[in-house]
Design a binder for this molecule. Structure first.
Ligand SMILES: C[S@@+](CC[C@H](N)C(=O)[O-])C[C@H]1O[C@@H](n2cnc3c(N)ncnc32)[C@H](O)[C@@H]1O
Length: 380
């Protein structure tokens, strides 16, 4: 996997570059602080346990031993996370900065304050590794990526097309498994991702993992509630489920970093845009839909699957609109899309702990839209 061509990246001001640099350093720091942060939670429980009367402590002996196991799992996760952040400078747009510069800064004081959310995002990212790159995530991938892959193959099959010439973009590509699978089928595929947590992890899996099941993590170890058995919290997950380096990408795979609405200046450039659990990540979903329309070639296809969770809906200092699917349909048509088909109630889960007593499933929407030849030509 390579990083996509940087010459297309939007120009940034010095101020924006400084902000990006601070962000990069904060995220690397969050990886470094994972063990301290995650162990503090265990420590809190152990401290409370120590205050309980002796009889209760005796009754909870097994539970206390379990907490020691939780600590061990956190340590194992930490070792993998520290591997992930080795040599990640190339993911930072300012290539002149060396890892020792970054390392000095992360140990110093001139870094933006680390947020609890950054530390939680490292924990969440481990669940994404399970979703995209382990056998545990197989069912989820079948639910979420399966219908998309099936659909794209209806439009572009090997018999009628040279798939390496079919350009597929996957905005919000997360840990890049869908992009990878499409590249394996022969497509020219580019994932695009704004989150450095995701970019660091996908870079690790795609470029640094050498063999199948090389690493073990404990993605559910931070879930202290809704566990039926102690083992469920400390269930190991090995990754990657396949060796990405030796599985043979028939097409091409790239990953670009940055905000999807800013990274693609060229109109009419992509044959297909694929979005999975993505369009509700926008403050203004119309901006996403317009961008997809703009960058698609005339006759190009947009395939979408996911819910309308609207990630910013309940975040205090973020703006958000939450149009329903009923609202979105005429908006998509108004922008110029032809709605080829849609299906509601597609049962999908997302980074779900398979053993948890609390399970969430989405009744997702699946749709296929086309950018018509005629509208596109009229608008030029
Ligand atoms: C809910 S996750 C879905 C990831 C992946 N598609 C999957 O199904 O596992 C949405 C992803 O979109 C990314 N994202 C959100 N806004 C973005 C933007 N404006 N440009 C690029 N990526 C974005 C997030 O960082 C996150 O990784």
């Amino acid at each position: 996997m390579s990083l996509a061509d940087r010459s297309r990246w939007p120009m940034t001001t010095e101020e924006e570059e400084e902000e990006e640099r601070q962000n990069f350093i904060a995220i690397v720091t969050a990886f470094k602080q994972y063990k301290l942060f995650s162990s503090a939670r265990v420590h809190k429980t152990e401290s409370y346990l120590n205050t309980l009367k002796k009889e209760h402590q005796t009754m909870l002996l097994r539970y206390r031993n379990h907490l020691t196991k939780v600590r061990d799992c956190i340590s194992t996760n930490d070792r993998v996370l520290q591997e992930m952040i080795k040599n990640v400078d190339h993911l930072f747009p300012n290539e002149n900065k060396t890892s020792s510069d970054i390392s000095n800064e992360t140990n110093g004081h001139h870094v933006r304050k680390l947020k609890v959310q950054d530390l939680e995002k490292v924990q969440t990212m481990l669940k994404h590794v399970a979703r995209d790159w382990s056998t545990v995530g197989e069912l989820e991938r079948k639910q979420c990526y399966g219908p998309i892959i099936e659909e794209i193959q209806k439009y572009y099959n090997e018999k009628d097309h040279d798939l390496s010439q079919i350009k597929v973009l996957v905005p919000g590509s997360g840990l890049a498994r869908l992009s990878y699978d499409l590249a394996c089928l022969g497509f020219y595929c580019e994932g695009n991702e704004v989150s450095l947590f995701m970019l660091i992890a996908s870079n690790f899996v795609l470029n640094k993992c050498e063999s199948k099941d090389q690493y073990t993590i404990y993605p559910w170890v931070h879930q202290y509630v809704n566990n039926l058995n102690r083992e469920d919290q400390v269930a190991p997950v090995t990754f990657p489920d396949i060796s990405p380096k030796s599985c043979g990408i028939k097409g091409q795979l790239y990953v670009s970093a940055g905000n999807f609405t800013q990274v693609y200046p060229d109109d009419n450039d992509w044959d297909c845009v694929v979005t999975c659990f993505f369009i509700d990540c926008a403050n203004n979903v119309i901006e996403f839909i317009e961008t997809i329309y703009r960058i698609l070639k005339p006759n190009g296809i947009w395939i979408n699957l996911g819910p309308l969770l609207y990630h910013f809906a309940d975040i205090n200092d973020e703006n958000s609109i939450e149009p329903t699917f009923e609202d979105l349909l005429p908006i998509m048509r108004n922008i110029g899309f032809e709605i080829v088909k849609y299906e509601t109630g597609v049962r999908t889960s997302y980074a779900q702990n398979p053993k948890s007593m609390l399970k969430q499933a989405y009744e997702s929407i699946f749709w296929v839209c086309r950018k018509p030849l005629v509208n596109a030509e009229n608008s030029m």
